[in-house]
Design a protein around this ligand. Structure first.
Ligand SMILES: Nc1ncnc2c1ncn2[C@@H]1O[C@H](COP(=O)(O)OP(=O)(O)OP(=O)(O)O)[C@@H](O)[C@H]1O
Length: 259
């Protein structure tokens, strides 16, 4: 193929931060066999904020864990950028997580003895990486905690603690951030603070975020909602609002669940 054709093709291909192709995860055997992911194919666009929703047991956590290299899978492919996860050793997976992935958990997971700034830079310190000072300042500016950086987690509200956790996930400028129910422990106002920061990290800093949530309001901060049901992608909603997300959820309930 001539070189210019390759370049043109490349330009037309939308940039994908992570991709699952025919991703299958089976737990257990015979009577205890559970197909948690049933050949899931989905792409997470770079610089986009995607929410994953679905009923309890539909496979949301399993999908996130397999995509983030936290769990192995039974078949298909999971890629972060150009890296295929199947076949990587535990050591390679650890390195991939450290270098390319940011994590935000429901329970913040901040170290109580460190102040906010030390918590933000901790993963880089552990990895022996020097923080990119300009990037760090950008994150700290966006997180809106400049007066609180020397406070310990116990001196911060839940929403502020989760913003510190999001800043920590972003500090290494990861390829993708996976957030697992980030507002699950927050009241609606604190949740809005954390979600606003996640959204700003995508819109203003060009980051990529994939978030599992049960909350239609939280999902409406995303650019797109992928719905799972019974381990399969059942719906894909662009430009969600709380109302359109609720409508899709009601539609699904009306159709009835198969498990
Ligand atoms: N370690 C495991 N061993 C066996 N089965 C499991 C395991 N983890 C998950 N499952 C099963 O896989 C299916 C998908 O679970 P998963 O936790 O991914 O769902 P989920 O959509 O995240 O649910 P929730 O919203 O309740 O967190 C469920 O049927 C669950 O019981």
């Amino acid at each position: 193929m001539p070189q210019h054709a390759t370049a043109t093709t490349r330009l037309r291909v939308p940039s994908v931060a992570a991709r699952a192709t025919g991703l299958t995860k089976i737990y257990g055997e015979s009577e205890t066999r559970v197909v948690a992911l049933d050949s899931v194919t989905v792409e997470f666009g770079r610089g986009r904020f995607t929410a994953i929703m679905g009923p309890s047991g539909s496979g949301k956590s399993t999908l996130m864990h397999c995509m983030a290299g936290l769990d192995t899978f039974s078949g298909g492919s999971a890629r972060i950028g150009d890296t295929e996860l199947s076949g990587l050793t535990d050591r390679q997976l650890t390195r991939l997580r450290r270098e390319k992935i940011g994590f935000v958990f429901q329970s913040f997971n901040l170290l109580p003895t460190l102040d906010a700034l030390e918590n933000i830079t901790l993963p880089l310190d552990i990895a022996g990486r020097k923080p990119d000072q300009e990037w760090l300042e950008l994150i700290v500016g966006t997180v809106g905690l400049s007066g609180r950086l020397r406070h310990r987690p116990s001196q911060l509200s839940g929403g502020q603690q989760q913003r510190v956790a999001v800043a920590r996930a972003l500090a290494g400028r990861p390829e993708i951030v996976f957030a697992d129910e980030p507002t699950g422990n927050l009241d609606s106002r604190s949740g809005a603070e954390a979600l606003g920061f996640l959204r700003d990290s995508v819109r203003e800093l060009g980051q990529t975020v994939v978030m599992v949530t049960h909350d239609p309001v939280a999902a409406s901060y995303a650019d797109r909602v992928v719905f799972l049901a019974d381990g399969r992608v059942s719906d894909d909603l662009p430009a969600p609002t709380p109302e359109t997300v609720l409508d899709r959820m009601r539609l699904f309930d009306a159709k009835g669940r198969t498990n």
